[in-house]
Design a protein around this ligand. Sequence first.
Ligand code: NAP
Ligand code: F7E
Length: 347
Amino acid sequence: MRRALITGITGQDGSYLAELLLRNGYKVCGLVRRSSSTNYDRLGSLRDQVELIPGDLLDSSSLISAIQISEPDEVYNLAAQSFVPTSWNQPVLTGEFTALGVTRMLEAIRTVNPKIRFYQASSSEMFGMVNESPQNENTRFYPRSPYGVAKLYGHWMTVNYRESYGVYAVSGILFNHESPRRGLEFVSRKVTHAVARIRLGLQQKLKMGNLDAKRDWGYAADYVEAMWLMMQQPAPEDFVIATGECHSVRELVEIAFGHIGLDYRDFVEIDPALYRPAEVDHLRGDCAKAHAKLGWRARVPFEDLVRMMVDCDLVQLQAGSGSSTPNVASPFFVTDGRPLAPLNRVS
Ligand code: NAP
Ligand code: F7E
């Protein structure tokens, strides 16, 4: 039985990756940091199928011990301070988690067993102010936030450990990916959750920042498959993972409100406080390399993703689940890899 250790298992991607690895027959361990109350909502029933090991990216000895306990063949480093605006408020802490945390984990691997394969969750935020579009593995990096800078450090450390020590270390440069398990502060989920609340009469208005920013948004359950595929190759390489499509935040709100028959202009208010000190205006990824070498491509179109997230939020709010990030079953691909019909709509 192959064994994997996931850092960030309680996050959006961690829960989808744990599901995928369990389906693929892995023994799955997850690193969890201590908090005053447990935070396992996204894991749902997976909680009983994975082994959770206490540890923190800030604490090297806990990483060494997590590797000794889990004895993994593969480590997926998904843990990070991942919200871009917070990185301006807490730039040093973001650097500790998102940048130096990578080195701590790589050093732990080198110390315990350098044959362990390592995946680093890199980000399209590293491209930042782009000089070409779409962006691929050779595009210049120009991060625009402390988060982007921290991710770039982690990316280069991953490359460096591969080149310096021959560690099988890969960096997945993933563009934005969303799901019903996305944190409420990220724009996609903020919008779909608010739209559902407005539909149910629980909220009247939605405050938004820059509607003109453009992103390449895909479905998280698709993207964790790319992570796993990168770790199964004969030699370690870095890959861009994206849909190749670009949409504005304005389109996002238009589709989400339109899905329940409303015009976003009647509900959205612009709040200048939500603008960022430096914006990433436009991102669109070119995943031709991943398609050619991994056979990977995104399967869920943007419009379907947004509508599915609105539907899931409506269902969750009506059920009164009490959790903002429940372990909603993957609405796509639960059968044979083809998108299913949308979930039940609220009449
Ligand atoms: P997420 O939902 O914010 O999850 C982050 C995870 O990291 C949580 O499990 C969190 O634990 C954990 N964590 C944070 N600080 C930690 C620390 N000091 N020690 C141990 N664990 C810690 O993020 P995501 O959307 O799943 O993204 C996964 C990774 O991919 C992140 O590294 C993110 O930066 C990167 N990424 C994401 C996207 C995207 O669009 N989603 C795109 C590119 C790259 P708690 O539950 O305890 O907070
Ligand atoms: O913002 C604009 C905002 O916070 C997207 C993380 O997973 O993807 C994510 O980073 C865009 C930005 O994601 C609001 O200005 C407008 O241009 O959903 P977001 P992000 O910053 O792109 C990358 C790839 C990661 O690696 C990160 O970890 O939406 N926007 N109005 C808003 N954004 C938010 N959050 N809230 C607003 O009200």
